[in-house]
Design a protein. Structure first.
Length: 342
């Protein structure tokens, strides 16, 4: 029965009258059988079906040699070849090649695939992770891609020394993220089973182990929040999602985002910044005109952190002492003077 079905499908294939389903069925037989089996099935059934029209013996031998070039059929029967047989022979030759291709593909791995696998293995190097933990003070962390996070008290973040194909970090506690935009690489913050995915935006995550809930609040841009692979919400500015770690339920709320991130708004982080850049930042924060008079002083660079809500006078005293400068307050604003830092 199987031989008759295979022969029937072969005949339909040769005459190009196969339906899509029949073609699929026939190619499955070709794929799953070995080459000798396929040839035997079709040749034994069709051997006596060709008319008695004789071909030139030289031409017949040439065609037969091409069709039966496989070692599997060196002992094949030799028929009288007709015009119809030529169609069968050509189709049989194609099937032989297809069968050999399918069999070889399943038995051996192509060189290109081996090369790809080696590349994957070679590139699968251990990733060096960095971890920053805070105690009773906030800390600003500069991530490898230029993004930043300000950690709240008793928080930690782990991240790779260099981002690879993915940008991903793990947070415990609370952090305010300002993510550098990258259309090709999303940025993911893992907090237990919850993941926060962005392209480039600013948002706050609160995920202390002791708390029953995780909250994500957006101040700029757009954020996707996922529980494993299920999307819980897509947040825009002034939206917050809270996720109960126990019952796995979430709530989406409208909030005033600046109130949520107020814990870090009084923090000032000057990280390898020029005196001129610091003056501009302080002018904006305190709504006061601050200028640096001497060009050589403008280029002075320093690092300083202010976490206790220091006044402008307190901040200026400290940064001027770092940079061998003095400041003077007038009706028009504040002027920083100095001879430079060299």
């Amino acid at each position: 029965m199987e031989q008759e079905r295979s022969s029937y499908l072969f005949n339909k294939y040769v005459s190009r009258t196969c339906s899509p389903a029949e073609l699929k069925e026939f190619m499955a037989i070709v794929k799953n059988a070995d080459d000798a089996t396929v040839i035997d099935l079709v040749m034994d059934n069709f051997w006596n079906q060709s008319p008695e029209v004789e071909l030139n013996p030289v031409k017949a031998d040439s065609i037969l040699t091409k069709v039966l070039s496989s070692d599997a059929k060196k002992d094949a029967k030799t028929p009288n070849l007709s015009v119809q047989w030529l169609g069968w022979a050509a189709a049989l030759f194609i099937i032989c090649l297809a069968t050999l291709y399918f069999n070889n593909k399943t038995k051996t791995t192509p060189p290109a695939a081996n090369q790809t696998a080696k590349k994957v293995v070679q590139s699968d190097k251990p990733v060096e992770l960095l971890t920053v933990k805070t105690g009773n003070e906030h800390q600003k962390v500069n991530l490898p891609d230029g993004s930043t996070v300000i950690l709240n008290n008793n928080s930690s973040i782990s991240y790779p020394k260099v981002f690879g194909v993915k940008r991903a970090v793990t947070l415990t506690g609370e952090g305010y993220f300002d993510i550098r935009h990258d259309l090709k690489k999303s940025f993911t913050v893992h907090t237990g089973n919850l993941s926060t995915v962005v392209l480039g935006t600013a948002f706050n995550i609160k995920a202390y182990d002791r708390d029953h809930e995780i909250s994500v609040t957006v101040t700029r841009g757009k954020v996707s929040v996922l529980d494993s692979n299920a999307v819980l919400a897509i947040l825009t500015p002034n939206q917050q999602i809270t996720f109960n770690k126990k019952d796995k339920l979430s709530n989406l709320n409208k909030v005033i985002a600046k109130n949520t991130v107020q814990w870090q708004e009084s923090d000032i982080f000057f990280d390898d910044i020029s005196l001129e850049e610091a003056a501009q930042a302080l002018s904006k924060r305190f709504n006061t005109t601050i200028t640096v008079e001497n060009d050589s002083s403008k280029k002075c660079r320093f690092t300083a952190t202010f976490l206790k809500g220091e006044s402008l006078d307190e901040i200026l005293k400290i940064i001027c002492s770092y940079n061998h400068a003095q400041y003077q307050t007038t009706a028009g604003g504040i002027t920083i003077k100095g001879d430079g830092c060299e």
